[in-house]
Design a protein around this ligand. Structure first.
Ligand SMILES: Nc1nc2c(c(=O)[nH]1)N[C@H]1C(S)=C(S)[C@@H](COP(=O)(O)OP(=O)(O)OC[C@H]3O[C@@H](n4cnc5c(=O)[nH]c(N)nc54)[C@H](O)[C@@H]3O)O[C@H]1N2
Ligand SMILES: Nc1nc2c(c(=O)[nH]1)N[C@H]1C(S)=C(S)[C@@H](COP(=O)(O)OP(=O)(O)OC[C@H]3O[C@@H](n4cnc5c(=O)[nH]c(N)nc54)[C@H](O)[C@@H]3O)O[C@H]1N2
Ligand SMILES: [Mo]
Length: 773
């Protein structure tokens, strides 16, 4: 891979997912890391016992020993972190912050690892080196100068280990705030909220082994070929053994269609590939809730038919009777919902819904998986509760081979929540902290991501600390978010690599370089393990494998301890002692977080241990003590009141998604192999009929404007229109380039998640660039 992009090209992809194309793509990133051999050794330790947890996605591992447990995109993530390129004091001396802002996100992260603490100097517009103790003292000074602790914001991204997350929440609560915006607010928040109300636990109910037992696997709003490649293997196996794999996605994602297994030499040599799905449905954006309701309505129809004819029931009456509440009102709503409404909102015809419903009905055990195509809409919580209702009708919860599976994003985003990174913390956690440490912790809710941005924008919050991530780019409404960060008195970024958040500074700003998952974490008691939790609630240890490239980098726990010690002074917690040996942090976790007793012993078991999920054992921690059928109205439209009276109607509805060569805001390359795009990212996919209807031509440059009712102009410029196999009325473009279009106040009901998968847009022919003669 080089920084010189190939000539931009666009040609639909015809190969299978993974396979040779994946190997080529990995090889280019690999050779570029400056230490290819070491990284190959490291890679073989990915997700193995005694190795490190892949810093890529949160998909769980096969319990089989010896299996190769990494994928193309995991390999890229490892190499990206394990580079020997350095962003050090000399680098910052060469480049002013203003100059760096001119560079692309791709260029910025490509420069290498951050190796020493730096402080922004406004006079010279450069970052200058600062000692760790001075940096901690500066943070303490700012935090202690605030009128109240709630004027500071403490962001977390989901790579943070359990140990670091636990220390972070302990420090922030001891300091006096619950302001924990985190990446989950933009990601699976809706899953947590919906499942919490429906089944009493905001997590998925299945484990890896369930996939081998399922008769049908439904995959909704997810692109595993790119974002969870290790999931392709169980899907392929399911199809091979005759199970059904049913996809709902407006885009015919290549990674959901065919799969070539990199570890099956024959399949690759023969250039054969295995099918990945048995049925594929292409709903309207946000149409899944109506589609699920249609399936449930058909089940009810068949149930009545069975009763009339004396045939076996379609519903699992024993389960419903013993374990659920609220079915009557749900069935009444199914009767009251008209087929016309279902077809219109879902974008699917009755025949398609019937096909899906038959597969669902005929499967004894069904797993339903979903990701951002479901969670980043206005009515995501309602959609996930509708999915849950469907599963409850047939008792597809708490039995082998069946259940609910929100496929999580960041490798430890689920664990961070378990550790208490939560702006609306459960009372039991706060009680346990107070009882154990003897200090009062704040009880009022803190800020989530969009509340944090609003508070910084209007000056209510003045200090921002980011434990990982790239707040400036990952959040919506980029221009306003950048302004919000600029308004701060202090911004602190604890990071592995340079990104735009380091260049979007407060009046004072710090970069604190930390160790990543691949680095050996040396502490006085020896190299440390950290722990993580995957999508299946498996907790296991991760041991870094590579010598850190700079002695000045510190571990996340050490950095948090440094900030805590400087800010709180005398405190009942001996922060530094905890960092000498992370087993001491795990001891505290074992004492405070339910389910972690004998933590230290249990992570020594190969594969780690499973955190009990009451719903998977049909124990319901809901207010009713049962699993709840929750009846929500179907959404009247994707935008609520916001655009209803608007004189200006959108040209298209835009979803913002990931390309194959990115990890969130980290851009590894400019190709999107499975969608046929090469050498470019500023593209927008649309249906040829829409392109023509709107008076444009494929290949033309357009500016994109989004519509909202708050009088703020939102626009991005110079995007190439690509004719794509996408339903009419829809468009798709990459995140983060299109984040300036996502309005801060367009959020999910009950989840507050930015509606990144439904943005009302208009297209304008871009002004031709001046011809230089
Ligand atoms: N390589 C790589 N791996 C990653 C990431 C990465 O960026 N790169 N990111 C990680 C993170 S944090 C996350 S959260 C996950 C994200 O994993 P995904 O959720 O797979 O990510 P997106 O690219 O946002 O893809 C959304 C998919 O939903 C579809 N979709 C959009 N709207 C709708 C809708 O209304 N209905 C339906 N049925 N489908 C819809 C889109 O067409 C697309 O296929 O991946 C994780 N893993
Ligand atoms: N429009 C739109 N916006 C979205 C989304 C979308 O689909 N569309 N998806 C949303 C989702 S699902 C998510 S999860 C968020 C992601 O939001 P974030 O988690 O904030 O973003 P990332 O791009 O994952 O963060 C990358 C940075 O993390 C730092 N980093 C990497 N590894 C480590 C580590 O081990 N420790 C520390 N301290 N730092 C590290 C590096 O400096 C790197 O530059 O974005 C959201 N934003
Ligand atoms: Mo995510």
């Amino acid at each position: 891979m080089s920084l010189q992009p190939e000539k931009p090209r666009y040609r639909p992809y015809t190969g299978a997912a993974a396979g040779w194309g994946a190997l080529r793509s990995v090889a280019s990133v690999w050779l570029d890391s400056k230490q290819p051999l070491k990284n190959i050794r490291a890679l073989l330790k990915t997700n193995q016992n005694g190795g490190f947890d892949c810093p890529g996605c949160a998909w769980g591992d096969s319990p089989d020993d010896g299996a190769v447990k990494f994928c193309e995109n995991g390999a890229k993530a490892v190499n990206w972190e394990a580079t020997r390129r350095r962003v050090d004091a000399a680098f910052f001396a060469r480049h002013s912050v203003t100059q760096l802002r001119e560079q692309s996100d791709y260029w910025l992260e490509y420069q290498g690892r951050l190796t020493e603490p730096m402080r922004y100097d406004r006079v010279s517009d450069h970052y200058l080196p600062i000692g760790w103790d001075e940096a901690f003292a500066l943070i303490a000074e700012h935090l202690n100068a605030l009128e109240k602790p709630d004027q500071a914001e403490f962001y977390t991204s989901g790579r943070t280990s359990n140990e670091a997350a636990f220390l972070y929440q302990l420090f922030v609560r001891a300091y006096g705030s619950n302001n924990f915006p985190d990446c989950s607010n933009m990601c699976h928040e809706a899953s947590g909220v919906a499942l919490g109300e429906s089944i009493g636990v905001g997590k998925g109910s299945v484990t890896f082994g369930d996939f081998a037992l399922a008769d049908a696997i439904f995959v909704l709003g997810q692109n595993p070929g790119t974002n969870h490649p290790r999931m392709l293997e169980p899907l392929r196996e399911a199809v091979a053994r005759g199970a059904q794999v049913v996809c709902f996605n407006p885009l015919k994602e290549r990674g959901l269609e065919r799969f070539q297994h990199p570890q099956h030499a024959l399949e690759m040599l023969a250039n054969g590939s295995a099918p990945l799905n048995t049925a594929f449905f292409r709903p309207a954006l946000g149409g899944d809730m109506a589609a699920i309701r249609g399936i449930a309505k058909l089940l009810l129809f068949w149930e009545r038919e069975a009763q009339a004819k004396g045939n076996p029931s379609v519903f699992d009456h024993a389960f419903i009777e013993q374990h659920t509440r609220g079915i009557d009102s749900y069935l009444a709503t199914l009767d009251a919902t008209r087929w016309e409404t279902i077809e219109e909102l879902s974008g699917l015809g009755l025949a398609e819904l019937e096909q899906a419903a038959r597969i669902f009905r005929d499967a004894e055990r069904v797993i339903i998986c979903w990701a951002m195509g479901i969670t980043q809409h206005r009515h995501s919580v309602a959609t996930i509760q509708e999915i849950t209702n469907l599963q409850l009708l047939r008792g597809n919860l708490g039995k082998p081979g069946a259940g609910l599976c929100p496929v999580r994003g960041h490798s430890n985003v689920q664990g961070d929540r378990t550790m208490g990174i939560n702006e609306r913390p459960p009372a039991a956690l706060l009680d346990a902290l107070e009882k154990h440490f003897g200090f009062a912790v704040p009880r009022q809710s803190g800020h989530n991501v969009v509340e944090t941005i609003a508070a910084m924008l209007d000056g209510r919050s003045k200090v921002f600390i980011g434990l990982g991530g790239n707040f400036a780019q990952a959040t919506p409404d980029s221009r306003r978010t950048h302004q919000a960060l600029h308004n701060c008195a202090l911004t602190v970024q604890i990071s592995t690599k340079l990104n735009r958040s380091h260049l979007t500074t407060g009046r004072d700003a710090l970069i604190l370089p930390c160790l990543g998952r691949t680095d050996i974490d040396h502490q006085p008691s020896g190299p440390q393990a950290v722990t993580v939790e995957d999508s299946f609630s498996m907790i296991h240890a991760s041991y870094g494998q590579l010598e850190p490239i700079s002695p000045l980098m510190r571990s996340e726990p050490a950095i948090i301890a440094g900030i805590a010690q400087a800010t709180l002074g005398a405190s009942p917690v001996d922060w530094h002692a905890l960092v000498l040996d992370y087993a001491r942090i795990r001891q505290l976790i074992a004492e405070i977080i339910p389910g972690f007793s004998d933590f230290e012993e249990r992570i020594r078991q190969p594969g780690g241990f499973h955190l009990d999920n009451p719903a998977a054992g049909r124990r319901w921690k809901t207010t009713s003590g049962r699993a709840n059928f929750i009846t929500n109205p179907l959404p009247a439209d994707l935008f609520g009141e916001a655009l209803r009276d608007s004189a200006r109607q959108p040209d298209l509805i835009l979803q913002t998604l990931r390309s194959h060569d990115q990890y969130n805001t980290t851009i590894y390359g400019l190709d999107d192999r499975y969608r046929g795009v090469k050498g470019q990212r500023r593209v927008i996919f649309a249906n040829i009929d829409d392109i023509r209807r709107l008076g444009h031509e494929p290949g033309q440059k357009v500016d994109i404007e989004s519509l909202w009712n708050d009088g703020v102009a939102r626009r991005v410029e110079g995007f190439t229109l690509l004719a794509f196999d996408i339903p009419t009325g829809q468009a798709a473009a990459y995140y983060p380039e299109t984040n300036p279009l996502v309005p801060l106040t367009s959020v999910g009901i009950g989840s507050h998640t930015p509606t990144s998968k439904a943005v009302a847009i208009r297209l304008h022919a871009a002004k031709p660039s001046p011809v230089i003669v």
